[in-house]
Design a protein around this ligand. Structure first.
Ligand SMILES: Nc1nc2c(ncn2[C@@H]2O[C@H](COP(=O)(O)OP(=O)(O)OP(=O)(O)O)[C@@H](O)[C@H]2O)c(=O)[nH]1
Ligand SMILES: [Mg+2]
Length: 338
């Protein structure tokens, strides 16, 4: 299935039905008084976060979504029917922005969550509402109100606490597979991963979290080189970044490229806790490995772990460090909200 994480859609809520002007005329009550019913309200357009929905692909096929209009009131005090709401399923993690004003309308992060994105118009009032001592037979009713309509921008941001970033071929997908139940495609060439992958870790003490593996970054990614940086949006919700670096390459240069490209996308991402996973340690002799690790530790303050995603070496300490950082991040939340 195609992974689509951006879309635009025009939403149009239903119009309210008009109020009616009518008078009761029955055989024995020829002047029975005003009896125009009210119009029904227009239907809302509602977005609902749904776990079975993984991409925004459907919105490319249906760029216009309209709820039903309310029907008009009728004689004998009959009110019009309300228009049906239109409930549209969106992936969990969808951010909805008003395309014109740029304001965020909704951020649907929990399955089942619902938000009205365009409100239906009120129905008009029938003439029976306008009776007064001076106007016993009013010929007034109000029209239904138009439903809201707007152009919305949808952006899917995967929900993961940990994000993996690295150059192509560094072993991000292999690491995702080693730490989680996910089975992403792994291959010995760059840009194997072309759309983000998610995997879930269920640790022994019941801390569950998701890891996102995004396509590799290269120098100039922010200018559109390689697959560019647009997939970095999927790191926006993470609490913690893990840089995956290939020990058999130029470690310091790769670290610099990653930092620069992420900074060009959003410098805020770099203010999050960072762990560096030096991967493919199986390819280096013990001495070469020790020298590299030392070189990196002189270059950065970040915690550094040598691992082999392929054969599992060093994964336990890395996972323990990830859990520690996640716990720290969530205890900070509590401190902030207290
Ligand atoms: N020797 C060795 N090879 C590894 C290790 N981890 C990954 N590889 C190999 O490196 C190659 C790339 O691995 P991937 O996991 O596809 O790398 P990636 O970072 O996801 O690459 P892209 O999706 O292209 O950005 C594959 O041939 C893996 O088998 C490791 O720890 N040791
Ligand atoms: Mg990959």
């Amino acid at each position: 299935m195609r992974f689509v994480d951006e879309a635009e859609v025009f939403v149009h809520a239903g119009r309210g039905g008009d109020g009616a002007i009518a008078f009761l005329r029955e055989k024995y009550r020829p002047f029975g008084g005003p009896a125009g019913g009210d119009g029904g309200r227009g239907g809302d357009v509602i977005f609902e976060a749904d776990e079975s929905c993984a991409t925004l692909l459907d919105f490319l096929r249906r760029p216009r979504l309209a709820a039903k209009n309310g029907t008009s009131g009728r004689g004998k005090d009959q009110n019009g029917r309300a228009g049906d709401d239109l409930v549209v399923k969106v992936p969990v993690g969808t951010v909805v922005t008003d395309a014109e004003s740029g304001t965020v309308v909704a951020d649907l992060t929990v399955a089942g969550e619902r938000v009205v994105v365009a409100r239906g118009g009120r129905g008009g009032l029938g003439n029976c509402h306008f009776v007064s001592s001076t106007s016993r037979a009013p010929r007034i009713a109000t029209p239904g109100v138009a439903g809201e309509q707007k152009q919305l921008r949808l952006e899917l941001r995967l929900i993961a606490q940990v994000g993996l970033a690295g150059m192509p071929n560094a072993g991000k997908s292999t690491l995702l597979g080693a730490l989680t139940g996910a089975r992403p495609k792994v291959a010995p060439y760059p840009f194997t991963t072309v759309v983000p992958n998610l995997g879930c870790v269920r640790s022994a003490d019941d801390v569950n979290f998701a890891i996102a593996d995004v396509p590799g970054l290269i120098h100039g990614a922010h200018l559109g080189h390689g697959l560019g940086i647009r997939f970095l949006r999927h790191l926006r919700r993470t609490r913690l970044l893990v840089f995956v670096i290939d020990l058999s390459g130029d470690v310091i240069r790769d670290l610099g490229v990653l930092r620069d490209e992420i900074e060009a996308f959003d410098p805020e991402l770099l203010s999050r806790p960072l762990i560096i996973a030096l991967n493919k340690m199986d390819l280096l002799s013990e001495q070469a490995l020790a020298a590299r690790v030392k070189q990196v530790s002189l270059h950065t303050q970040a915690q550094t772990y040598a691992i082999s995603a392929r054969n599992g070496q060093g994964l336990e300490p890395l996972l323990a460090a990830i859990l520690r950082e996640l716990r720290r991040a969530s205890s900070n939340d509590v401190a902030v909200s207290a």
